[in-house]
Design a protein around this ligand. Structure first.
Ligand code: ZN
Ligand code: ZN
Length: 366
């Protein structure tokens, strides 16, 4: 993944200044991908990108140094298994003037042993996580990120259409998931999840795709995603084998109206919880509030789930350039579930939907 590290480090330092942060420590993972376009192999050996207001450096296990050198010019303080990381860490902190800091930001995905090693080396520092620094920056995507997300969304649309075209009574949920996975692979995308939930199974939002055979009258939740070029996709649509089950159409219409209400509410300057409330109100007013058991959406970028989270309590102010899902659902135990999911880029005048597939029920021949 190619990123403008200079520009991203500058943006991070501006946030550090605004938040009074004197050190940011990032472990191998998606925050590092966002900053540097790569991360060294993550394992139990402490490896940290350390960013101070003036300088940055790496605490680097010696066996990852050569491979990582191909991807970055940042200085390394290497350590060998025989010596342990402590001396190298202290030297690294000295180098960037961060031996004594008041406020350190830790990558929340960092292993606990890395975090404690670092905190022990800077006694007295207050710590917090990346929400106000790297996390805040990552919420607003740039043009290159939009392009990758759109490309992945188009692949997911085609995988969904392939699934629609393949549904037959007698095939299992796993058979249908295999169609999706094969399609992703045919376009060079690596499948990351495949939820196929028929009839009552669809009433479990995170149903484990099973060997249940599809039968006439089954409403099927299809929620799929895959990755290429370091970015994910995520889409949910509904299909039915033959005639929809009793009461299906009415519930589908309610969920569709909830999607539309959330799309209408999502504008720059609005709080994430207001978007959640818009979707939730439609479902609650229709009498199904207790069957909408999850948040309305999640952000999406390098990570399939990342801030901003569109929850009932999130005070995050939505901004132009944020990317998130809108995916209300109604889950009727023992009968069926209905979820409709769009990924949107928030633009000045409202959300731009990445998928070009309609949200209508796809009716397959029984
Ligand atoms: Zn999602
Ligand atoms: Zn999904």
């Amino acid at each position: 993944m190619k990123v403008d590290t200079k520009q991203r480090l500058a943006a991070l330092r501006a946030r550090m200044k605004d938040t009074g942060t004197s050190l940011v420590a990032i472990a191998p993972g998606s925050h590092m991908d966002w900053l540097l376009g790569f991360h060294p192999h993550p394992d139990e050996r402490p490896c940290l990108l350390l960013v101070a207001p003036e300088k940055e450096t790496f605490l680097m296990p010696v066996l990852n140094a050569e491979g990582s050198r191909e991807s970055t010019d940042i200085s390394f303080f290497t350590w060998a298994d025989a010596d342990g990381p402590q001396a190298a860490l202290e030297a690294a902190l000295d180098e960037i003037g961060a031996r004594s800091v008041e406020k350190v930001v830790l990558d929340e995905t960092m292993r606990a042993d890395f975090a404690l090693l670092l905190l022990d080396a800077i006694p007295g520092a207050r710590h917090s996580f990346t929400a106000d620094t790297v996390g805040a920056l990552r919420m607003r995507k740039d043009a290159a990120e939009f392009a990758k997300l759109k490309m992945n969304a188009a692949i997911a649309d085609r995988a969904m259409q392939k699934a629609f075209g393949s549904i037959r009574p007698g095939m299992t949920e796993q058979d249908l998931a295999a169609v999706v996975k094969d399609h992703f692979a045919s376009e060079g995308a690596v499948p990351s999840f495949w939820i196929v939930g028929a009839a009552g199974n669809g009433a479990f939002p995170h149903h484990q795709t099973s060997d249940r055979k599809l039968q006439e009258g089954d409403a099927v939740v299809i929620d799929i995603g895959a990755r290429t070029e370091g970015f994910p996709s995520d889409i949910t649509r509904m299909a039915v084998v033959g005639r929809p089950p009793e009461g299906y159409g009415q519930i589908h219409t309610i969920v569709e109206k909830a999607v539309q209400a959330a799309l209408k509410a999502a504008r720059p300057g609005v709080l994430a919880k207001e978007v959640d409330a818009a979707a939730r109100k439609v479902i609650a007013d229709a009498g199904y509030g207790e069957y909408f058991v999850h948040r309305t959406g999640h952000g999406m970028g390098i990570d399939g789930h990342e801030p901003p989270y569109i929850t009932a309590t999130s005070e995050t102010v939505l901004e132009d350039g944020m990317v998130f899902s809108i995916e209300p659902g109604i889950y009727l135990p023992g009968r069926f579930g209905i979820r409709l999911e769009e990924i949107v880029i928030l633009r000045e005048d409202g959300p731009e939907i990445l998928s070009s597939l309609p949200r209508d029920l796809h009716v397959a021949q029984a």
